[in-house]
Design a protein around this ligand. Structure first.
Ligand code: 13P
Length: 302
């Protein structure tokens, strides 16, 4: 079922939880992620990478994910990730995206805010939620190089409140030592900085990109510190590519067996998604996810 990302994330934040968002390069990944969310009765976000959104087939992928989301038994949002171009965002909204990261993080803060404000103007009538990014998250979206957090890219808490007022952003992605792809050495999130950003962000939920490679303790701590959405890509890709590597030879020699290979990648994606969903809903914590958005058990027939 379709869901409003802002409302969903706000409810999870109040419960000390967060919604995981997974990059889906195709329908197979989205189906596996949504199946995991349905099994746990938890909401989830399907991310469309900028490389996918800007490809000629981008609108068809978005429409396909929209269909999977609408058909699901749990709240599912389809979000355009790191969209830097207004035309691509308009196209994505027309194709069925219900949230977008209007990414002006490469621009000076005033230009970033103006870009987000323009996107909000045409996104609002369509009911599309707009996330912004202030500061930057090093690393690439689609290839997992090893990166260390760049001090210069971290979000300056002093800029947060003026930026949110000027941009009207509904969610805020920030740089607190998080990186896309692999972490060089041990990840070291700057918790004091995150708390300072949280204090300046008012009721705007925070988003943590680059969640792959973070320890469960860090992920739980981020949710407790007011992060309402965590973005995951590399961990999912790695698990699916590992599954291909493990199964490809047997599948080839078993008469070009595509079904077994597809089953193996789907179950790898399912496993990663279940793990992250469980951790971010904090289901094993003593508070046992009080107030976490969880869909009701399906009615028993007979
Ligand atoms: P990772 O690839 O590090 O998980 O980052 C994903 C991400 O932040 C997508 O926006």
């Amino acid at each position: 079922m379709r869901a409003d990302l802002r409302e969903l994330v706000t409810r999870q934040v109040k419960a000390g939880a967060a919604v995981p968002a997974f990059t889906c390069y195709g329908a197979d990944t989205a189906l596996a992620v949504v199946a995991a969310a349905e099994a746990l009765r938890l909401p989830v976000v399907l991310l469309v990478a900028p490389s996918s959104a800007t490809a000629a087939s981008g609108p068809k992928l978005i429409a396909t994910l929209r269909h999977i989301a609408d058909d699901s038994a749990v709240p599912v949002c389809v979000q355009l990730d790191h969209a830097k171009d207004e035309a691509v965002i308009r196209r994505g909204i027309d194709a069925g995206a219900d949230a977008v990261l209007a990414d002006g993080s490469h621009l000076p803060p005033e230009d970033n805010a103006a870009f987000v404000r323009r996107v909000r103007q045409f996104a609002r009538p369509a009911g599309v939620v707009v996330e912004a990014e202030l500061g930057s998250v090093p690393g690439a979206e689609d290839q997992a190089g090893a990166h260390s957090a760049d001090m210069a890219g971290k979000t300056d808490p002093a800029t947060v409140s003026p930026f949110l007022t000027a941009s009207g952003a509904q969610l805020l992605a920030c740089g607190v030592g998080n990186v896309h792809g692999l972490y060089r050495g041990e990840p070291a999130l700057d918790w004091r900085l995150l708390a300072a950003i949280r204090a300046q962000a008012g009721d705007v939920p925070l988003v943590l990109h680059g969640a792959s490679g973070l320890a469960e303790t860090d992920l739980r701590a981020a949710a407790s510190a007011g992060v309402g959405k965590v973005n995951v890509n590399t961990e999912l890709r790695t698990a699916m590519l590992d599954a291909i590597e493990r199964n490809i030879a047997a599948c080839r020699s078993a008469g070009e067996d595509m079904l077994t290979l597809a089953g193996a990648t789907a179950s790898a994606a399912d496993e990663v998604a279940r793990h992250l969903l469980s951790v971010m809903a904090d289901v094993s914590a003593p508070s046992a996810g009080m107030g976490v958005v969880r869909s009701p058990e399906p009615a028993q027939s007979g």
